[in-house]
Structures are given as C-alpha cells and as structure tokens.
Design a protein around this ligand. Structure first.
Ligand code: SAH
Length: 212
C-alpha cells in the first residue's frame, strides 16, 4: 500500500526550521504558513518536494517562491486583517492564499492566462472568497481598485514601477524585488509628500515582463 505523506507534519517542519529559525516572528504569518496546503499549488509530480527549502517550477518557465521568501515578504507588509492588498504575479496562487488569510481583500494580477486560470481553480476549491483575479500586465497595477494599503510583487523589474507607488495609500507598504543580475528586496513606504525606500535582502526572482 502506498504510504500517504503527512503534509501537515511537513508544514510544521517547514515553519519550524525554514521560517521561525530564520527570524520570522509574526504569529499570524506563521499561522498562515502552517495552514495553507502548499502541495496543492505545485505540479502533481512535485507534491513531495512542495515543503522543501527552495523555489519549484510551476510551468510556463515560472516558479513558486521559496517558503521563507513568501513568509519574509508577507511579514514586511505588517498586515492587520483590514487591508486591501494588490499582488503582482499570481503564479501558482500560493502567495495569494497567504495574503488572503491575512488581509481583507486581495487583488492579484498575472500576465500568463494559463497560470492565472490554474491558480483561480485551486483557490476556488480551497474556498477563498476574498480574492479577485486579473489577467494582464501587472506593471500597470490595477488602478480601478486603488489605493491599496499594501502591494506585493513577486517578479523583478529593473526599477520600481511608478504606477505601483501611485496606487499605494499614504503610509502603505510595497515589497518588491528589484534588479536584473543582482536583485534585492526593496520596501517602499508611501508618505504624504513622496516615499521612502529601504533595501532588505538579496533575492532571485523571475523578471517582471514589460509588455509593449
Ligand atoms: N507568487 C508566485 C510567484 C510566481 S513567479 C508564486 O509563489 O507562485 C512570478 C509570476 O509573475 C509569474 O507567474 C509571471 O508570469 C508573473 N509575471 C511576470 N511579469 C508579469 C507582469 N508584467 N504582469 C503580471 N505578472 C507577471
């Protein structure tokens, strides 16, 4: 008889050894990482690797981010549960689910239709009601629902897109990987008369595609 993998035990280990040990403390982020079934967001033949300490291919040349990076970026947004959040790069929908656990509404934009559709199916089957999907160029944000208290981008542009800063509410936070060969996570805080940027850790993301 084939042995069934205990995915909950795998998630507990993931949270303990990859996430808590590296300094993520927000209890709500840890709870969400423990709850969301990451193995449902990777291709069938990769389920066993879903809780490993690495990004994985999800098709179309794209990847699901490493669990620690998902936790790190989410924590940086300091969500309290009331926010309207914009996500650029739905991909597998895994990060989307984590955001949906921690915010009021999530607006998520993906360029590749097949990926968006697959993510929509998984997230619908999991019962999420607070996620809104758009297939299109996320470089432009999603102006119809702006402003957002928080924005998370999971593909890297060369510089922070101005339209995303514009769609951020005053005191809102934007977390985004920036760079080409060398990339780092940048945290943007919107102020009354402008914004502040803080460089955080070096990362490796797929490029944010520019559509002309
Ligand atoms: N958070 C996702 C990461 C997916 S990888 C996950 O954990 O699964 C980044 C995603 O950004 C890819 O799906 C890619 O297609 C998408 N992307 C790249 N450029 C984009 C653009 N201009 N607009 C919207 N999505 C884009």
């Amino acid at each position: 008889m084939a042995e069934k993998i205990n995915f909950f035990a795998e998630r507990r280990e993931m949270v303990e050894f990859q996430i808590k040990r590296r300094g993520i403390r927000d209890p709500k982020v840890l709870e969400a990482m423990l709850k969301v079934p990451r193995h449902l967001f990777v291709p069938e033949q990769m389920k066993e690797l879903a809780y490993g300490d690495e990004p994985l291919p999800i098709g179309e040349g794209q990847t699901i981010s490493q669990p620690y990076i998902v936790a790190y970026m989410t924590e940086a947004l300091k969500l309290t549960g009331h926010e309207k959040v914009l996500e650029i790069g739905t991909g597998s929908g895994y990060q989307t689910a984590i955001l949906a656990e921690l915010a009021r509404e999530v607006y998520t934009v993906e360029l590749i239709p097949e990926l968006s559709r697959r993510a929509q199916k998984v997230l619908r089957e999991l019962g999420y009601q607070n996620i809104h999907f758009l297939i299109g160029d996320g470089t432009l944000g999603w102006p119809e629902h702006a402003p957002y208290e928080a924005i998370l981008v999971s593909a890297a542009p060369a510089t922070v897109p101005r339209s995303l800063i514009e769609q951020l509410k005053e005191n809102g936070r934007l977390i985004i990987p920036v760079g080409t060969e060398y990339q780092e996570l940048v945290l943007v805080r919107k102020k009354k008369d402008g914004w502040e940027e803080e460089r955080l850790i070096p990362v490796r993301f797929v490029p944010l595609v520019t559509v002309h």
